[in-house]
Design a protein around this ligand. Structure first.
Ligand SMILES: [Zn+2]
Length: 340
């Protein structure tokens, strides 16, 4: 089959479109013909070099396609069935996995990071990771959903325990996680304030349901939040930016507010003034992907049309390098998807 692999870490030029042997599925696995694989910022981190990534390596976490072969021990699927693949790898037999807490499994990793991913034509995965999709959802839209919607669901619902009527600040409303978080917060009838780097992106974020938009290049986030909320602040901040926004996120919280973070694209070293943490009773929560149960829960809303995938553009697999360059230029609103 064809695949895009990296043989060394570095810039977009290390992506190689090449022939690799077809995967041979185990008896407990399903072989899927990949039709679409969405990109995430993780692809850029892995390409630049992450500990634990063995070379050569196939990137790509978010996969949709159709079943071409079913292992002897697998029941409940048929060939030709349209599916997406849970964007995670876990052992499926440890205490955490059997309790449904796959993202606490010692073997847990995101598909395409420490295990090979979906920038290829065929992938063999355990049956537990394979989820049928409705005919109404095309492969490109299906691939654009799992990682970001699961991440945002776990942050808001699993970790921060969002309740109706709360106010949520979603940083980076044009990012994959931002787009998902805005819609999920609205599903809980929250008031949503979001940020983006230009008016065009803010307009699109408002179309997804955001009640207020802040231009983070022209306006000071915490000042605008104070103005919008009548000086109260927000209940929850959805953080994935890190160093560049951390102080503003802290200052945007109301007393007993919560910052939940799933990433740090601008750097992960931040200052923390403990006197604010205790006197204002703030909470800081880390969040990493989510569980299989949460994935099914959020997909239920996507399949019913209550949450909408947003695709910016597609590239053919062989143009993965151009797709990486496009992502690094940060011009997108929504997902970039490779097709094959
Ligand atoms: Zn496990």
């Amino acid at each position: 089959m064809k695949a895009v692999r990296i043989h060394e870490f570095g810039g977009p030029e290390v992506l190689r479109y090449e022939d690799v042997p077809d995967p041979q599925p185990r008896k407990d696995q399903v072989l899927v013909r990949v039709r679409a694989c969405a990109m995430n910022h993780l692809d850029l981190w892995v390409r630049k070099g992450l500990p634990g990534v063995k070379l050569p390596h196939i990137l790509g976490s978010d996969i949709a396609g159709e079943i071409v072969e079913i292992g002897e021990y697998v029941t409940g699927f048929k060939t030709g069935q349209r599916v997406l693949i849970a964007p995670m790898h876990f052992c499926n037999h440890c205490a955490k996995c059997v309790a449904g807490l796959q993202n606490q499994c010692p073997e847990f990793t995101v598909l395409g990071s420490r295990v090979d991913g979906g920038n290829c034509e065929l992938i063999a995965v355990p049956a537990v990771s394979v989820i049928p999709i409705p005919d109404s959802l095309d492969f490109v839209s299906a691939a654009s959903v799992p990682l970001v919607f699961l991440t945002a669901w776990h942050m808001l619902v699993g970790r921060a325990g969002i309740r109706q009527g709360q106010t949520v600040l979603v940083l980076g409303g044009g990012s994959g996680v931002g787009i998902a978080a805005i819609q999920i917060a609205k599903l809980f009838h929250a008031r949503v304030i979001t940020t983006a780097g230009d008016e065009k992106k803010l307009e699109k974020a408002r179309a997804l349901g955001a009640d207020y938009g802040i231009d983070h290049y022209k306006q000071k986030i915490s000042q605008e939040v104070r103005r919008i909320t009548n000086n109260e602040g927000v209940d929850i901040v959805i953080e994935h930016v890190g160093a560049a926004t951390w102080e503003e996120s802290m200052k945007s919280l109301k007393p007993a507010g919560t910052i939940v973070t799933c990433g740090a694209t601008t750097g992960s070293n931040v200052a923390l003034e403990l006197r604010f943490v205790f006197s204002r009773q703030l909470s800081f929560l880390g969040s990493y992907m989510g569980t299989m149960g949460e994935l099914y829960e959020v997909l239920g809303h996507v399949f019913a049309g209550r949450l909408k995938p947003v695709v910016d553009r597609t590239f053919p697999l062989k143009d993965a390098r151009a797709a990486h360059e496009y992502m690094e230029a940060s011009r997108m609103f929504g997902k970039i998807v490779l097709t094959m």
